[in-house]
Design a protein around this ligand. Structure first.
Ligand code: OGA
Ligand code: MN
Length: 209
């Protein structure tokens, strides 16, 4: 599928169901370069325990992943390739849906075996800045028996389990879908991203932790 069709399909799905999956955003080689970089950073202990606002004590029970934010000023070549594709998608969504998405923020995340992220909504501190959530998965050879699905809670009370296969991008409207990450039996790598409708404001709202 060419980019115009791919992005239009995504926009139609977001306007309709509010979520969709894309498997053609990056090539397998680009995905592998991100997976290798994420694993190296993790092995070198460059990823830090994710913070949960207001839950300092039991934080790892709510959320056991380790993260590193992408720094636009120091992006590696694989990160630049990823961000360029995500920005192309963001601009297509702006054109098709008039969303006014001004930027993307992204972080690597590694969930060690057994780690989870309890059911939550991707909106921070009463801010409506995050409009579209995008999670890109980096795990080659993932089996359903490995666990680690993202469970997306639909508005009719049903849910969908999305497995974190390398190359899958899950997109959903941040305000609409609660979701959780189920524990896995192996390390689970992803890039979590948000398309924002305003830049970071001067008061420091939503400052990446
Ligand atoms: C998040 C999140 C999902 C995933 O970081 O907010 O929900 O599948 N991540 O990694
Ligand atoms: Mn989330």
């Amino acid at each position: 599928m060419d980019d115009a069709s791919l992005f239009r399909t995504a926009a139609d799905a977001l306007a309709g169901d509010g979520w969709c999956m894309l498997t053609e955003l990056l090539t397998p080689a680009q995905t592998r370069a991100l997976a290798d970089e994420c694993m190296s950073l993790y092995a070198a202990r460059q990823l830090a325990p994710a913070r949960v606002v207001g839950a300092a004590h039991a934080a790892t029970e709510l959320r056991g992943d380790r993260t590193q934010w992408f720094d636009p000023a120091a992006a590696s070549p694989p990160q630049r390739a990823f961000v360029a594709r995500l920005d192309a998608l963001r601009m297509a969504l702006n054109r098709e849906l008039m969303l006014g998405l001004v930027k993307c923020e992204a972080h690597y995340a590694v969930y060690p075996p057994g780690a989870r992220y309890a059911r939550h909504l991707d909106r921070l501190r009463d801010s409506d800045a995050r409009v579209v959530s995008a999670v890109f998965y980096l795990n080659e050879g993932w089996q359903e028996a490995d666990g680690g699905a993202l469970r997306l809670y639909l508005e009719d009370g049903a849910h969908r389990d999305i497995h974190p296969h390398a190359g899958t991008l899950l997109l959903f409207l941040s305000a609409r879908f609660e979701h959780e990450v189920l524990p896995a039996t192996r390390e689970r790598l992803s890039i979590a991203c948000w398309m924002r409708q305003r830049p970071l404001d001067a008061a420091g709202e939503d400052v990446p932790a």
